[in-house]
Design a binder for this molecule. Structure first.
Ligand SMILES: [Zn+2]
Length: 257
């Protein structure tokens, strides 16, 4: 089983499910009058920590900055309550404001926010050639090996910061693949960089689809094709090694809330 959390900041499909259940709970706790509207809640790649909510055709549409993906559930719940209260012109319970503010003032969250802003704002200034690996060269090779050379090359770039939580990212809006500089290291085998890049290349080949209001990032065809990567299992073991120190840090931080 592929651990998508290591490839991206999150697995969007699972994250959106969690977000929807959180908003549903917030709506139930704040709005007593029935029937309550249906919820469509999704993470969205805003440049900063923005979140929006609106009511349209009897449905509540909420968009939450994807910087908050992977945040503790109580933080997401606090934000959902703040947004629902705003929508219904209710007074926001102070405890939710405090929980949300405390979390967003956490330096690591602010970091992620600034990083995202920078990454999304200045994408074109970075290069595909790293200290160790050249993404353009790897792309060409993988394109020939797995895509019969037919995949159109997007913008390829190393991330400006060494982030371990996001090892790769495909930005379909800017048609770009960004790979974490953590992987541009002689101690990281070429195989690992190839695998992460291959995964992002599959995102170019299988664009995201919206099915009954849901965004599908890793559909069945995507997952099947991903398994065609030679030494797939070996690559995954490496990813686990690279991502694990971060995992324990996240767990520690969660306990604080
Ligand atoms: Zn992916």
């Amino acid at each position: 089983m592929v651990d998508y959390e290591q490839l991206h900041l999150y697995s969007p499909v699972i994250s959106d499910d969690i977000l929807e259940s959180v908003f549903d709970e917030a709506l139930r706790s704040l709005v007593k009058k029935e029937p309550r509207p249906e919820i469509d809640a999704r993470f969205y790649p805003y440049a900063g920590l923005s979140s929006t909510i609106r009511l349209r055709n009897g449905r509540v549409h909420a968009r939450v900055s994807d910087i908050l993906v992977g945040s503790p559930r109580d933080v997401l719940f606090a934000l959902a309550c703040i947004l629902v209260a705003k929508l219904y012109r209710l007074k926001t319970p102070k405890v939710h404001e405090r929980t949300y503010r405390q979390h967003t003032l956490d330096p690591s969250v602010l970091d992620a926010s600034h990083d995202t802003r920078r990454k999304r704002g200045y994408k074109l200034t970075t290069s595909s050639r790293g200290q160790v690996y050249d993404l353009a060269e790897l792309f060409k090779e993988l394109n020939g090996r797995y895509f019969a050379g037919k995949l159109e090359q997007p913008l390829l770039s190393w991330s400006q910061r060494r982030t371990r939580r996001v090892l790769g990212h495909h930005d379909h809006v800017h048609r770009a693949i960004v790979i974490s500089s953590t992987l541009d290291n002689p101690r990281i085998p070429r195989l690992v960089v190839e695998y992460v890049l291959y995964h992002e290349m599959l995102h170019v080949k299988h664009p995201l689809r919206v099915m009954s209001g849901r965004t599908i990032y890793h559909g069945r065809a995507f997952r099947e094709e991903e398994r065609r990567f030679e030494r797939f299992e070996e690559a995954l073991k490496w990813l686990e090694k690279i991502a694990s120190p971060v995992r324990s840090k996240i767990r520690r931080r969660r306990r604080l809330f």
